[in-house]
Design a protein around this ligand. Structure first.
Ligand code: NAD
Ligand code: USQ
Length: 405
């Protein structure tokens, strides 16, 4: 298959591009390298020493004999070039990772809110509009988020995207309808993913585009079978207060004897998936497209759910790390339950990597190995969800606010 990977230089996109290339697919990466620029803005670097995209691609060719091509392109602003590229390449699938994905970054200031909305919504709409304009039958696979459902302890297992609701008609009859599960985003970033869902529903209804939306949980881990093949292929590892996600942060913190930063009580329950499973899920999605005319296929891409305090305790037991309950910079429920259906990907053949299997390996292979590259001053989460929270907790996020004011 010919596959275009939008955002193929990022944390999930890079290992996915390698995995699909290894499976024999022809891969073209389009990326504007905005994530690398955001590292410059935030004055932080990936814990792992990632190489430039050209060194990465050269290394892949040397190690495997396979070729991945790359073009620098902003999917959100360069519509004409995007259209031309899709028309010329005629891909079977487009995998769309090209969005600003950090909730704390999206909440730093009004500039960051507007950037995240402009970037993410225009990127998604541009891809969809371009697919329609080319007239090609291209399957779009999008990386969405479990966060679209919200974390409000509904007491039932969350379905895969759709909900059957019953309403009473004027004549008293009961009417059933299937709707998108009600959105309940917890950040501007998550809100863009709920809007993406509406774009997909509309273009699917109007233009019959084949779309798979993968509602992914928090990804943990760093390496995959392919990125381990050569040091020049190493994947990025974000540990800072904006881009570092909770489990990878805890693993890194334990490796450098930094107390595990549990927000509030740690009663928040979240969905998780290992990066190796992420790349496999995308492969399963592109090889199992919805049929022509089928509604948007929504799959929950998670393998386990955990309460944050349980994760922290597990890591503390394994490594001797200490735990610190820090004031929560976010506006979110202090505790919630979460259960979600994930039969779609399991039925397609996903065999989950469980948390206990990979945790220690991750601490020693990555976090300890590159500990010297960590800037401890970048660990605290300094993006507050509201002015009031910032005032109560002390807003030490002035640098970026000043840069963009
Ligand atoms: P990332 O920031 O590491 O990668 C995103 C890539 O897209 C970067 O290389 C960036 O330069 C590129 N990009 C962003 N905007 C672009 C644009 N306008 N044009 C071209 N390229 C652009 O993020 P990630 O962790 O790899 O996440 C990828 C996708 O998966 C995101 O959409 C995210 O919402 C989703 N996701 C990630 C996680 C996670 O835990 N990392 C969990 C669930 C869902
Ligand atoms: N948290 C801590 N301590 C920390 C960092 C975070 O307790 O040091 C808490 C947060 O308050 C939150 C939870 O951990 O309750 C998750 O935070 P996170 O930063 O790991 O994840 P989140 O902001 O939800 O975003 C990440 C990705 C995003 C993806 C989402 C999947 O950055 O792209 O969409 O996970 S999900 O959470 O399922 O919506």
């Amino acid at each position: 298959m010919k596959v275009v990977v939008l955002g193929g230089d990022g944390f999930c996109g890079w290992p996915t591009a390698l995995h699909l290339s290894m499976q024999g697919h022809e891969i073209v990466i389009l990326d504007n390298l905005s994530r690398r620029n955001i590292d410059n803005e935030l004055e932080v670097q990936s814990l792992t020493p990632i190489q430039s995209i050209s060194i990465r691609l050269e290394a892949w060719h040397q190690v495997t004999g396979k070729t991945i091509t790359y073009q620098r392109l902003d999917v959100a602003t360069e519509y004409d070039r995007l259209l031309q590229l899709i028309s010329d390449l005629q891909p079977d699938s487009i995998v769309h990772f090209a969005e600003q994905r950090a909730a704390p970054y999206s909440m730093k200031s009004s500039w960051h809110k507007r950037y995240t909305v402009n970037n993410n919504l225009n990127a998604t709409n541009n891809v969809l509009a371009a697919i329609v304009e080319t007239g090609l039958d291209i399957h779009l696979v999008h990386l969405g988020t479990m966060g679209v459902y919200g974390y409000s302890s509904v007491g039932v297992r969350l379905p895969e995207g759709y909900l059957t609701v019953k309403m009473t008609a004027d004549d008293g009859a009961e009417v059933e309808q299937e709707i998108l599960y009600p959105s309940n985003p917890g950040s501007i970033y998550h809100m863009t993913k709920t809007q993406d869902q509406l774009f997909f529903a509309f273009y699917n209804k109007n233009d019959e585009i084949r779309i798979t939306d993968l509602h992914q949980g928090i990804v943990w881990g760093t390496q995959t079978r392919e990125t381990r093949l050569d040091d020049r292929l190493i994947n990025r590892f974000d540990y800072d207060g904006d881009y570092g996600t909770v489990l990878n942060r805890f693993l890194m913190q334990s490796a450098i004897d930094y107390p595990l930063t549990v927000h509030g009580s740690g009663g928040q329950t979240r969905a998780f998936i290992h990066l190796q499973d992420t790349v496999r899920c995308v492969e399963l999605a592109i090889t199992n497209p919805p049929a022509a005319g089928e509604r948007v296929k929504i799959l929950n891409q998670l393998t386990e759910t955990h309460r944050l305090i349980e994760l922290a305790n597990m890591i503390a037991e394994m490594t001797g790390a200490t735990i610190e309950h820090v004031p929560n910079p976010r506006k979110e429920a202090d505790a919630n339950d979460l259960a979600a259906a994930n039969a779609g990907l399991l039925d397609l053949g996903l065999q989950p990597t469980t948390l206990r299997q990979g945790l220690l390996e991750e601490v020693t292979d990555i976090a300890k190995r590159f500990a010297a590259r960590c800037d401890r001053s970048r660990i605290p989460c300094a993006s507050h969800w509201t002015k009031q929270i910032a005032e109560t907790q002390g807003d030490d996020d002035q640098l970026t606010l000043t840069l963009h004011s």
